[in-house]
Ligand binder design. Sequence first.
Ligand code: 5AD
Ligand code: SF4
Length: 471
Amino acid sequence: MKKPNMIEAKKRHTNNTKVLEYESVQNKFGKNKKYFVRTYGCQMNEHDSEKICGMLESVGYKRTDTVESADIVILNTCAIRENAHDKVFGFLGVLKHIKDTTNKDLLVGICGCMAQEEVVVNEILKKYSYVDFVCGTHNLDNLLNIILKEIETHKQQIEVLSYEGDIIENIPVIRESKYSAWVDIIYGCDKFCTYCIVPYTRGSQRSRTKESIIEEVKKLKSSGYKEVTLLGQNVNAYGKDIYDDYNLANLLSDVSDIGIERIRFVTSHPWDFTDEMVDVIASHDNIMPYIHLPLQSGSNKILKLMNRRYTKEEYLKLYNSIRTKVKNASITTDIIVGFPGESEEDFNDTLDLVNECKFDGAFTFAFSPRENTPAALMKETVSEEVKMDRLHRLNEVVNKYSNEANRKMKDTIVKCLVVSLSDKDKNKVCGYTENMKLVNIKGDKSLIGQIVDVKITDTKSFSLDGEYIKM
Ligand code: 5AD
Ligand code: SF4
């Protein structure tokens, strides 16, 4: 058993990260069996789940969409806020019931960020003996061996490293979409914002080599992908750990030269966002004008307590430079309310900044203390009631501006990558504009997979309506 250790996880161990090839498992122990994977959290996790599916299918497992028909269920978990935990523990209850009643042989496993948390693993050891295995984020490539060990020994397997693993290339992957693909460019994060658990659960910053990224994008393009999203907890730090003079601006420019139709990237940290990056985004047609730029707070006092390393003035300068240089850009953000020490005045500073920026959208959160992070130990906590009240007031302002931004698009003709049938109306399809707005489109399903012209006919807070127009 290897258990996580949060003190160890804080240390940075990356002097000798190696780049290794995935070692495939020959034993086809998943033959005639079915798997079910549920994903919580961010895009990194969504892509990790594609790797989990890829590994499971490589030993014979087939996918199923119901837990009742599954032989193995894997929860790829998120640790970012307490409610992410609650959802996972709630679903574990459902799985226990299945194991107790209809399928006692069901294998249940936990991967992802919760697997990296000491409190979670201790809880699993104490109260969740029916969880068959736990596999951490740093040794995900070893998942199949961990499952096999549990099958052979019938003993609960806990395999979590508290130091960064090597970078493993060519893990098998089953991609969710045939048109839009995730591509990892950097793992981990070294920023240590005081509220955030990611530097502990995902380890230190480790960039993939530019050659592996470029090769992956070339392959995706030749197999028909229209869009790639370059992924990292902080993509703007790309290259810092392995190159002296090659950064995200250079990578974006090289990926753009491959000629794939659409390039996106998430998530950005304002501190590492250089003018050069803004210029590259502005000057390449296939780099999409959509930037997710987490603000977190509009109060300089709170930004300092959060260890964000920028002031609201510096944020605004970057924000305005993107607005000015990148044509038709949409900019979204993340904001936390109720951080320890946040006074009404600090909160009003946040509202002021939102009023000034008029974001296209914002993900808003109530502060949730996370195990072992500095903010969890801060004394001046804000009551749940005040947090909820601020969240509500913030959301009203945020929604007003998303509505406004969307309304400006009415009657315009925009390019959409059509990705699927619409969830709301099966006679429609849905797609994304270049600036990442979701559009429900009157049009035939044969449009799926194409980039088409769409006239925006109506707008709402979180989506647009449109109709396909033949040019
Ligand atoms: N509490 C509330 N929100 C958080 N986030 C990260 N950590 C916390 C926390 N402890 C939010 C930040 C981040 C987004 C992914 O989640 O806004 O940008
Ligand atoms: Fe959640 Fe962060 Fe882990 Fe993603 S990296 S799953 S957002 S805790």
